[in-house]
Design a protein. Sequence first.
Length: 209
Amino acid sequence: MTDNPVTVTSVTSQYATQVAQDLDLNTKEQERISAELSALQAQLRILQDDQNVLQSIQKTLGNRPASAPTTPKPSTPLPQQASGKTTTRRAPSKTAAKAPRTKRTTVQAKKDKTQVVESKAATSSAQPTLIALIRTHLDQQKEPRSTAEVASTLAEAHPQRTIKPTVVRTTLENLVAKSQAHRSKQGASVLYTSVAVQAPTEKAPAPVI
């Protein structure tokens, strides 16, 4: 059987129309891409030119030492111009007016601080030292005393002073090291006695018969 000529012509016409449309779209796409490519190439040339200019400027600046920015000097007012106009003087600022008072206040504050320090030094020098207090306390005791007992008694007798048991223990150990106090143990307790009090209580050696 032979194909119908009408059907073959219709199919050929459809293919021809489709090919023509695709060809037209292809041509337009090429034109669009070519236009974009031309614009991008133009931008690339501009960037390359800018790069060359910047590199030349950079080389020029790199060969010269960087100079410090100059600070503009304040212009001094002329005492009197030829036209007869006199320049007006500015009134002294409030900061300048208050400067002497601030200086006096600082000096007075230093004097007050010095007086407070001197008064504290005089007060502390008038008081006996902690070593003297501990030695006096041990001399007045007939029985050995622990660190807690010595610290408690001295704190009650001198409430104006800060007496810590750790400091008292260190002071007692220093007195023992200097042979100015005697240390003994009763069980787990460490007791301290004045050398002046312990000496008479030591038993004399028994006479040899």
